[in-house]
Design a protein around this ligand. Structure first.
Ligand SMILES: NC(=O)c1ccc[n+]([C@@H]2O[C@H](COP(=O)([O-])OP(=O)(O)OC[C@H]3O[C@@H](n4cnc5c(N)ncnc54)[C@H](O)[C@@H]3O)[C@@H](O)[C@H]2O)c1
Length: 335
């Protein structure tokens, strides 16, 4: 299958590209990425010379570039990871780029796939579009939970999801939308909670924890997410929505303590800071539909996968050092 992977130089996209090339000898990948501050071709160094892989720098909000890449490459399916993804940046640095890429960019891909007869698109979205659950409830997000985004990032993603739905209902476009919970694993940009805390702890710096630290996220290992997306691509149905999660709810405080313990650092490094505005309290995913219909299950156990993840950041010193040389401010939102 010849795939256009948009946003493939980011965290999940780069893991997905390696997953495809390793698991399918007939997969060919065109990675189309704008290379924003979050895009990093070092994530794909291991496959850079693979004959079934090519990189094209481009922006999904440019109709001309998207048309050109589809026209020249005989693409059968698109998996869209391209997005502005950092909630804090959407709150503190303005939401314009988020709306452009996460909403308008999806429409441009949907229009282009119709013009160029691309058969399938998987729109990779997030559980954050569902809003927030109560801490002391056992409710979960199902595919029929109404979209109620609270964060500018989540609202822009929900816009993309709605446009995908409309393209299916109006034109019969074969687009499938996924809502996955929080990912962790290698190659994640260290502004996101788990690598951010690992980086801080490795340097004996305070770990800034929002509010009371009790906010809950439902963590999934990135390769479980990649396998779920692969199942949606190869076995899913047109117009369907699939929730993806690993039944693994943890408070942010618990995550901070696990990281400190694993790195042999004191809990006194935890520093409570002013809460994020509108901070969603709890996310929890009901993934029974994808488990039942597409026979997908999460395979990685959190206890082991989080240790492996921490070790990966400790061992990949060159990846870390090159990223640090770029001097991107990971703390901007905390000031
Ligand atoms: N990280 C998570 O926990 C999580 C959970 C659920 C869903 N998602 C979704 O998965 C996708 C990937 O997330 P991630 O964590 O890998 O993000 P990331 O920030 O690591 O990577 C995003 C990539 O998109 C590229 N990009 C941004 N704007 C672009 C544009 N206009 N055109 C082309 N490329 C562009 C960036 O250069 C970068 O390589 C996103 O759509 C996100 O909403 C992420």
């Amino acid at each position: 299958m010849k795939l256009l992977v948009t946003g493939g130089a980011g965290f999940i996209g780069s893991n997905f590209i390696r997953y495809q090339l390793e698991n399918y000898t007939d997969s060919e990948i065109v990675n189309f990425d704008k290379l924003t501050y979050a895009g990093n071709l070092d994530n794909l160094a291991a496959v850079a010379n693979n004959k079934r892989y090519q990189f094209i720098q481009g922006d999904i909000t440019s109709e001309t570039s998207v048309s050109k890449v589809l026209e020249n490459n005989n693409i059968e399916a698109i998996v869209n990871f391209a997005a502005e993804t950092h909630v804090d940046r959407s709150i503190h640095s303005g939401n314009r780029e988020f709306v452009l890429t996460n909403t308008l960019g999806v429409q441009i891909l949907l229009d282009a796939m119709r013009r160029h007869s691309v058969k399938i698109m998987v729109q990779v979205s997030t559980d954050e579009v569902y809003g927030s659950l109560n801490l002391d409830s056992d409710e979960t997000f199902s595919e029929s939970t109404p979209l109620a985004p609270n964060m500018p990032y989540a609202a822009a993603k929900a816009g993309g999801d709605m446009l995908a739905r409309a393209a299916f209902k109006t034109y019969g476009t074969d687009v499938r939308v996924t809502h996955c919970s929080n990912n962790y694993g290698p190659y994640q940009f260290p502004e996101k909670l788990i690598p951010f805390f690992i980086f801080k702890a490795m340097r004996n710096e305070p770990l800034p924890l929002y509010g009371d630290g009790k906010n809950i996220r439902d963590w999934i290992y990135v390769l479980d997410h990649c396998a779920a997306l692969d199942a949606v691509l190869r076995k899913g149905s047109p117009g369907e929505v699939y929730n993806i999660g690993a039944h693994n709810e943890r408070s942010n405080l618990e995550i901070a303590k696990i990281i400190l313990k694993e790195l042999g650092k004191p809990e006194s490094l935890i520093t409570f800071v002013a809460d994020r505005p509108g901070h969603d309290r709890r996310y929890a995913i009901d993934s029974s539909k994808i488990e039942r219909e597409l026979d997908w299950r999460p395979l990685y156990k959190f206890e082991q996968a989080i240790k492996n993840t921490i070790r990966w950041y400790q061992e990949n010193t060159e990846w870390v050092a090159k990223l640090e040389k770029r001097r991107i401010d990971m703390n901007a939102h905390l000031s």
